[in-house]
Ligand binder design. Structure first.
Ligand code: PMV
Length: 320
């Protein structure tokens, strides 16, 4: 007889990719970090209705878990936990999800929502073994496959571990190295307001790679090399170098065709306003970009420039 927790709540952060998006799908190293001030939150409460409901007010959703299709990401997250816990029937609960992370904008919203549901449900079922970072990451990865097709695993890892990570997709086990920064890195994160599907962007890169393997392998190599150098610069506290490498990474992402006029406009505006470096973050074609700034004064200048250049939302996050 399982002893259920009457009310369980869990959350997971948004994320940014500092270096190596797309190339990471092809085994090159990448660096990502959580953005802890924007989160997805899931609560699981007992329901007297003899049913399991999945409710997401922001998405206008209120459904019975059993009525949802197989490819529904929220439902998949719940079924995965129930499956691993050995339950064939869902418990009588309401799973409620809220998220402050913008959807389809390169900030890992899908992974964070899945991770929050997985943690909250595992907590409800009194299964600490299903709440470890490794387990939450592994289950979130299964959900990510619905969004992404061929996810590298970086999003689920960073939202589950909630630490800056050095990540390499490899078998049999991905390389995951949480790290500390030597000097704080202050990022301005700006949204183009353009929503973009990660699956489409990743699929387009795959098509181009298949058509021009040598050209794209070289682009991925360059991104991997930049990530390697960036890791050393982060370790050494060389903030200016980190900025320069971000701008270099953006140029390679442009060659991959995953930037967009809106992203380029924000990147240029940030650099002209004095940012140490700037690049798109995540799948691209829309979504968010990052600018690295040295201090609060530069942050204000860059934020104003980004606003004037059309950013629809701006936030600051400091990695320390
Ligand atoms: O758009 P996002 O935040 O989901 O980032 C995807 C990162 C990619 O490298 C483009 C894909 C992946 O699976 O790593």
């Amino acid at each position: 007889m399982i002893e259920f927790n009457p009310v369980s709540e869990a959350s997971a952060p948004g994320k940014i990719i500092l270096f190596g998006e797309h190339a990471v799908v092809y085994g090159r190293p990448a660096i990502a970090a959580p953005v802890s001030q924007i989160r997805a939150i899931a609560t699981v409460t007992h329901s007297s209705s003899n049913n399991c409901y999945l409710v997401a007010p922001d998405l206008n959703r209120h459904d019975r878990l059993q009525d949802l299709p197989d490819d529904d990401a929220l439902a998949r997250a719940a079924w995965l936990v129930l499956g691993v816990a050995g339950l064939t029937q869902p418990p009588d609960v309401t799973i409620r999800v809220r998220s402050q992370i913008p959807i389809a904008s390169g900030m890992g919203s899908g992974a964070a929502i899945a991770a929050a549901i997985i943690r909250a449900l595992a907590q409800h079922l009194n299964r600490p073994d299903l709440q470890t970072n490794e387990q939450v990451s592994a289950l979130t990865y299964e959900v990510e496959k619905i969004h992404h097709g061929t996810p590298s695993g970086i999003d689920n890892t960073v939202v589950a571990y909630e630490q800056p990570i050095w990540f390499v997709r490899q078998s049999p086990k991905n390389l995951i190295e949480p790290f500390k920064v030597a000097a704080p890195l202050r990022f301005v994160v700006a949204d183009t307001g353009v929503r973009s599907s990660t699956k489409v962007a990743v699929g387009d890169v795959r098509r181009q790679y298949n058509q021009q393997p040598a050209k794209f392998a070289r682009i991925f190599d360059e991104c991997g090399r930049i990530a390697q150098v960036a890791r050393q610069a982060i370790k050494a506290g060389n903030v200016e170098k980190v900025g320069q490498l971000m701008t270099d990474n953006h140029a390679w992402l442009q060659k991959m065709t995953v930037s967009s006029p809106e992203l380029d406009k924000l990147v240029d505006a940030a650099l002209q306003a004095g940012a140490l470096g700037a690049k798109l973050s995540g799948a691209g074609r829309g979504g968010n970009m990052l600018a690295l700034v040295a201090d609060e004064a530069m942050e204000r200048q860059v934020s104003t420039a980004l606003q004037q250049a059309g950013a629809t939302n701006i936030l600051t996050t400091i990695l320390k």
